[in-house]
Ligand binder design. Structure first.
Ligand SMILES: Cc1cc2nc3c(=O)[nH]c(=O)nc-3n(C[C@H](O)[C@H](O)[C@H](O)COP(=O)(O)OP(=O)(O)OC[C@H]3O[C@@H](n4cnc5c(N)ncnc54)[C@H](O)[C@@H]3O)c2cc1C
Length: 443
């Protein structure tokens, strides 16, 4: 047979694929990255073209630095893989400004209190904190969770809260907070996967809050890091080229995409979990990988941006029994306050319907007037089929050990294959590094 055209074909130009391409390129390997979308970055997408139409006589356009992250946004120093890349390329990042107070919304009624529970329920809050910390302390996030006897935690969030004996507002807040972290519903998301956040932040509850919405953000968007990785790797990146099949023979693999094909000594597949099933593998994908891809993960909610007036400039609201589980102010500009909102259900609200979003925001800021909204349907998007990875209850126990296992000449990466931060940019970078090292040893 003819010589394979390249050493490695990487399927997907998200952070996992770009990191692997960079490492393989640095080691002198010929790499081709094949990407379905017309851009790099995958589930990170920094847009500077939103909220800038003509409005009430205000000038068009957002001031510099006012772009919106449609996907991945925050990082924390404890995410050592992404932080190392930020330092390596001198990427500008900033700490989130801390709010002067938290806002609690109890089924749409804003509580006028420092804590989310009335004094009579403080013991319940204390119990919830103890239960959380005790559970978090059981996890070693540097090792596969499925090897640590944690199946009792790998249950739906709501069930875990009940089994831990949580009650009152503390129970409601905790369930909603976990759903917010997982972008998953209380009956699908694995409590164990969210407890992993806590453990990865050295069992700090405050750390967990920071890792969700109060960490560091990229001054010029996540695109600045994605671009730095791509430029450094110098790989041949083919955009708008959805891969349809990956066919192995004894000594090479042929990857076929819309518009062409490329042969390689090995292939690295980095597509999101739910998308794996859409590629025709020959020989067929191992049953465990195919099964979890068909089940998909539980991160099936939404992230909505809203430009609003009549809201506190430092709003940071958590709620239960509300459409959004979190509504927070990211910044203020002449047109209003830019809010980021999360809902654990994909159909909780139509993120493009200004009135519907306004109703949902008013559960946190009753005087809010929403002027514009922006969102991306990651769940309906065929190249993501979900937001960030949160495993469904039971999936870690059942499938974790299969996710990164190579199959012949085909290797696997993607945030969902990482142990520490599988729902994050950090997990993607971690997995890209791991896979590149694995490939370099074999090539
Ligand atoms: C709404 C939202 C908010 C988030 N918030 C945060 C956050 O604040 N902090 C954080 O760290 N993380 C966050 N994340 C998660 C983070 O963005 C992801 O974990 C990370 O970007 C995943 O990288 P990846 O390379 O593993 O996968 P992806 O970024 O999904 O990359 C996979 C690539 O494969 C491509 N692809 C798919 N199918 C094919 C095919 N058939 N052929 C060719 N290419 C294909 C896709 O287009 C994509 O570019 C968020 C994600 C979302 C969606």
């Amino acid at each position: 047979m003819k010589q394979p055209q390249v050493d490695v074909v990487i399927v997907g130009a998200g952070f996992a694929g770009l990191t692997a391409a960079r490492d393989l390129g640095a080691a002198g390997r010929r790499v081709c990255v094949v990407e379905a979308r017309d851009r790099i970055g995958g589930r990170t997408w920094y847009r500077t073209d939103l909220f800038d139409g003509p409005l009430d006589g205000l000038p068009d356009g957002l001031p510099d630095g006012h772009g919106l992250e449609m996907g991945g946004t925050w990082i924390v120093p404890q995410q050592t893989f992404v932080s190392a890349e930020v330092r390596r390329y001198g990427i500008a990042i900033s700490d989130s400004a801390l709010p002067s107070r938290m806002t609690w919304s109890d089924r749409g009624t804003v509580l006028d209190s420092l804590l989310p529970v009335p004094p009579a329920e403080l013991d319940r809050l204390e119990h919830a904190v103890r239960a959380l910390l005790a559970a978090g302390a059981r996890l070693d996030v540097d090792r596969p969770l499925s090897a640590q006897g944690l199946a009792d935690l790998d249950v739906p969030i709501r069930r875990w809260a009940d089994e831990a004996g949580l009650e009152g507002n503390a129970r409601e807040l905790l369930i909603s907070w976990f759903c917010g972290c997982g972008n998953a519903s209380a009956d699908t998301g694995s409590a164990l996967d969210v407890l992993r956040w806590l453990a990865a932040m050295d069992n700090s509850l405050w750390g967990m809050v920071k890792a969700s919405v109060l960490g560091q953000t990229f001054d010029d968007g996540t695109a600045s890091l994605a671009r730095a990785l791509a430029d450094d790797g110098g790989a041949d990146i083919r955009l708008s080229s959805p891969v349809r099949s990956v066919r192995q023979s004894a000594d090479h693999v042929v990857v076929t995409y819309d518009g062409g094909s490329v042969s390689a000594r090995r292939v690295l597949v980095t597509v999101p979990l739910g998308v794996l099933q859409d590629i025709a593998f020959e020989p067929a994908l191992a049953p465990a990988k195919l099964a979890i891809s068909k089940e998909n993960h539980a991160g099936q909610g939404q992230k909505v941006w809203a430009l609003a007036r009549g809201v506190p400039e430092d709003l940071s609201g958590y709620g239960w029994g509300t459409v959004f589980d979190y509504v927070g102010a990211m910044r203020t500009h002449p047109r209003g306050v830019v809010l980021v909102c999360f809902a654990p259900e994909h159909d909780a609200v139509d993120g493009e319907d200004v009135r519907a979003v306004q109703r949902a925001v008013r559960e946190y800021a009753p005087d809010a007037e929403v002027i514009a909204t922006a969102t991306h349907d990651w769940v309906g998007d065929p190249w993501s089929r979900g937001t960030w990875t949160t495993f469904r209850a039971g999936q870690i126990t059942k499938y974790e050990r299969h996710l990164a296992t190579p199959e012949g000449l085909v290797h696997f990466a993607g945030a969902h294959t990482a142990h520490r931060w599988p729902g994050f940019i950090d997990g993607a970078v971690d997995s890209g590094r791991r896979a590149a090292a694995e490939l370099l040893e074999l090539l």
